[in-house]
Design a protein around this ligand. Structure first.
Ligand code: NDP
Length: 254
């Protein structure tokens, strides 16, 4: 392996800097997919196909890098591997096939940019764990960082899955309509699914305690905080009776 650990760290730090630099742009320009799809973003493809294509990439890149690399595959590393694979099997196949998105489309530009984003994140995380990291000792399973991170990951994933399922069930099959989501965490924030995803990858960063996992957590927040704010504004503009006490993504704050 010719890429040294310090050079790899520099690449990851540059990737983090890019997330932070792009965040103000993401706050001004809402990514045009889902309810924010609009003209002027070029050719489109069926939304289901777009989701499958862009979210399979993290599996196709992470899995071979992780498996082929020389780093010893200890028990903690298999836990990281299993969580990554479980998340992306769900995101690339279960979520798009369950979503009531018949007839809905997404710009090719979004698919291509998400593909690139996913490839880099999966490359950094799979590359690091497979090729650069020292093996995590089995005793890492008892480390407070592993335990707290795993608990955060599980709580975030549960919230994300629950909220996505609730949202998917709101729409009658075949209807393009949106409905005000109600109940549980939806009374606190407009986008508990995004909040769950942010907590999930923050947990992954804590349990892995490495720079690539941190960069993915930062990118996730940099993508989803602006998207939640856009969703929240959209609800306010489209529903006169939208509950005024709700926040966008962080209960009581934002
Ligand atoms: P949304 O909340 O916009 O949509 C989730 C699903 O529910 C879609 O099928 C959507 O339909 C439908 N839906 C949403 N709100 C309503 C409503 N009020 N009434 C009826 N149907 C509704 O999620 P996103 O598209 O933003 O994200 C999807 C998943 O991907 C989330 O779990 C998110 O966390 C994750 N994600 C992760 C990113 C990351 O950087 N890690 C980046 C982006 C997303 P439609 O699509 O037609 O609007």
């Amino acid at each position: 392996m010719s890429l040294t650990s310090s050079r790899f760290d520099l690449i990851v730090l540059a990737w983090i800097a890019l997330a932070l630099l792009l965040m103000p742009i993401q706050l001004r320009i809402t990514a045009p997919y889902g309810r924010h799809l609009r003209r002027g973003w070029g050719p489109t493809v069926p939304a289901r196909l777009g989701w499958i294509a862009m979210e399979l990439v993290p599996l196709l890149v992470f899995v071979p890098l992780f498996l082929a690399g020389p780093t010893a595959k200890t028990a903690p590393m298999w836990v990281f591997f299993a969580l990554w694979v479980a998340h992306y099997l769900h995101r690339s196949l279960v979520f798009p096939l369950r979503a009531r998105n018949r007839g809905r489309r997404m710009p090719v530009l979004i698919v291509v940019s998400a593909l690139g984003f996913n490839a880099v994140n999966a490359g950094l995380n799979g590359g690091y764990l497979g090729w650069i990291s020292a093996p995590y000792p089995d005793s890492w399973l008892a480390d407070p960082r592993f335990i707290v991170g795993l608990a955060l990951f599980a709580a975030g994933a549960a919230l994300n899955l629950w909220a996505d399922n609730r949202l998917i069930a709101l729409r009658r099959p075949g209807s393009p309509d949106y409905v005000i989501p109600r109940g549980g965490p939806f009374e606190l924030v407009s986008c508990p699914n995004h909040l769950g995803e942010i907590v999930e990858w923050a947990g992954f960063a804590v349990m892995c305690w490495n720079l690539p996992a941190l960069s993915f957590a930062i990118w996730t927040a940099a993508n989803l905080v602006p998207r939640s704010l856009s969703h929240h504004r959209w609800y306010g503009a489209h529903f006169e009776d939208y509950p005024s006490g709700r926040r966008a993504v962080i209960p009581g704050l934002l």
